[in-house]
Ligand binder design. Structure first.
Ligand SMILES: NC(=O)c1ccc[n+]([C@@H]2O[C@H](COP(=O)([O-])OP(=O)(O)OC[C@H]3O[C@@H](n4cnc5c(N)ncnc54)[C@H](O)[C@@H]3O)[C@@H](O)[C@H]2O)c1
Length: 459
């Protein structure tokens, strides 16, 4: 069986990107052997178990079909580097929290360690692919590291940023809007990028595979995330104005979204965007602009993050003001903790900010979420006065208010009459995602607060 594989692909980093993307490549390319490695042995053990470390609709089925067939999770990074001819790098690139650029620049330590490890372990030519989101020109640094040892084998560095969205990762991977592959525009660079094109061409229509120079590819990923986040901040800024003027943000979004020049996606006002990428990628872009002396451009993009912080703040202040300017001694249920529906990921979730603010106001908190309770407990470790409950009915019982944080579909189908009956009165509901039927909730007896709409209040 060993010789039946035509390509040996490795991915370094078995996270939200590495695991699902490699599962899809293995699924669509049965003649390739795909291995995913990680320094985190526990994560690898979870990928090899029935309890995957990442929740994504459809992921479990694909892993079940390919694991042990042509997809393998391993911890012996050096051996796997030696065996592979194509190496994807999907390690984390968080915002730097120390030294120069702290709070803005990308922390490239994991990425650089990986480059060094590849250089040390490789004994044959490799194509190394940046899958992680990194500052433009990082490929240059990677090339320098890889080739900085005399007599080292040859490396080609390719940029292939990942555009999947958590919650829809498997669909995004199977039917991507586009796959972007950048390389140096030399004969060798183009030959290397064609090898990567050949992998995706197994299932992605050729016209959706875009080739570009390496710097455009790196920058496109940062800019795509900045544009997406900018749309959210724009509609959230409008939601603040709607609340002052009795306009309805959903009506405004619908009216502008039907303009074909604008389109209707990413126009849902909410408590703010979260996730591991938007904030860090914009700040990374801001840092890049500043380092090139483009302070006006940097300020423009930074305002997207500022509006997001403002929106989270506004949400907490609205709760406080609606509940008679005190939360002390009250009990509040958070419906949802993940940063969006259909994922258990809680990185940068607005719910964390809201939870901490509520506890600071000395209210008791009950958190419910179908997939994110494990991460919520880790995020809030050491914070008192919080309980965790998988059942939303039990979570709401005895509470003064519900704050809906995540747009899980299950929250739209609950029996709110039953919930209302179990709560302390007056009962409040703060819909941070505008997914609930507010008229119905008001009829039941709730005081209803939605983003960008006039509140419906009995008291
Ligand atoms: N999460 C997303 O939705 C998403 C989407 C597109 C792009 N990205 C980008 O992809 C990259 C990875 O993101 P993620 O969400 O998968 O991160 P993650 O934190 O879930 O996974 C990264 C993994 O890399 C491992 N790792 C770190 N250093 C290593 C090393 N030296 N050797 C081996 N393994 C190492 C970590 O242990 C971790 O398991 C980031 O640059 C991110 O910006 C993420």
């Amino acid at each position: 069986m060993k010789n039946a594989f035509v390509k040996n692909i490795l991915c370094i980093g078995a996270g939200y990107v590495g695991g699902p993307t490699m599962a899809m490549i293995a699924y669509k390319c049965p003649r390739y052997k795909v291995t995913v490695v990680d320094i985190n042995h526990e994560r690898i053990a979870q990928w090899n178990s029935d309890r995957l470390p990442v929740y994504e609709p459809g992921l479990g089925e694909i892993i079940g079909a390919v694991r042990g067939r042509n997809l393998f999770f391993d911890t012996d990074i050096d051996r796997c580097i030696k065996e592979a001819s194509i190496i994807f790098v999907a390690v984390n690139t968080p915002t730097k929290v120390f030294g120069a650029g702290a709070g803005m620049a990308a922390d490239l330590q994991y990425w650089e360690k990986t480059a060094r490890q590849i250089r040390e372990a490789a004994d044959s030519p490799k194509i190394v692919i940046e899958k992680c989101t990194i500052p433009v020109k990082t490929a240059l640094a990677m090339e320098r590291i890889l080739t900085s040892q005399e007599g080292s084998v040859s490396f080609d560095v390719i940029s292939n940023p990942e555009f999947l969205a958590e919650g829809t990762a498997m669909r995004d991977l199977e039917f991507p809007d586009r796959v972007l592959i950048g390389s140096r525009e030399t004969d060798r660079g183009i030959r290397a990028r064609r090898e990567i094109v050949d992998i995706y061409a197994n299932w992605v229509p050729r016209e959706r595979i875009i080739e570009s120079n390496i710097w455009s590819s790196e920058l496109s990923k940062l800019v795509a995330n900045a544009f997406l986040a900018q749309r959210i901040s724009s509609i959230n800024a409008v939601s603040a104005l709607c609340e002052k003027t009795d306009a309805d943000v959903q009506e405004v979004a619908r009216a502008i979204g039907l303009d074909s020049r604008l389109g209707s996606k990413f126009l849902n006002a909410s408590v703010g965007f979260g996730g591991s990428c938007f904030k860090k990628d914009i700040l990374n872009l801001v840092y890049l602009c500043r380092s090139y002396g483009l302070s006006e451009v940097a300020d423009y993009w930074e305002s997207v993050v500022k509006i997001n912080e403002y929106q989270k703040d506004r949400f907490v202040l609205a709760m406080l003001s609606a509940m008679f300017n005190t939360l002390a001694g009250k009990k509040i249920a958070l419906f949802g903790f993940a940063f969006k529906a259909d994922t258990g990921d809680t990185r940068e979730t607005p719910a964390l900010y809201v939870a901490k603010s509520i506890v600071e106001e000395r209210a008791g908190l009950v958190i419910t979420d179908p997939q994110a309770l494990r991460n919520a407990m880790a995020d809030l470790e050491g914070v008192d006065n919080i309980t965790y409950e998988i059942d939303p009915y039990k979570a709401a019982a005895g509470c003064d208010a519900i704050a809906l944080m995540t747009e899980w579909k299950l929250y739209t189908g609950l029996d709110y009459e039953r919930i209302y009956a179990s709560m302390t009165k007056p009962a409040f509901i703060f819909d941070g995602r505008n997914i609930l039927d507010r008229t119905r909730l008001f009829e039941i007896g709730f005081n209803v607060f939605s983003i960008g709409k006039t509140p419906l209040v009995h008291v």
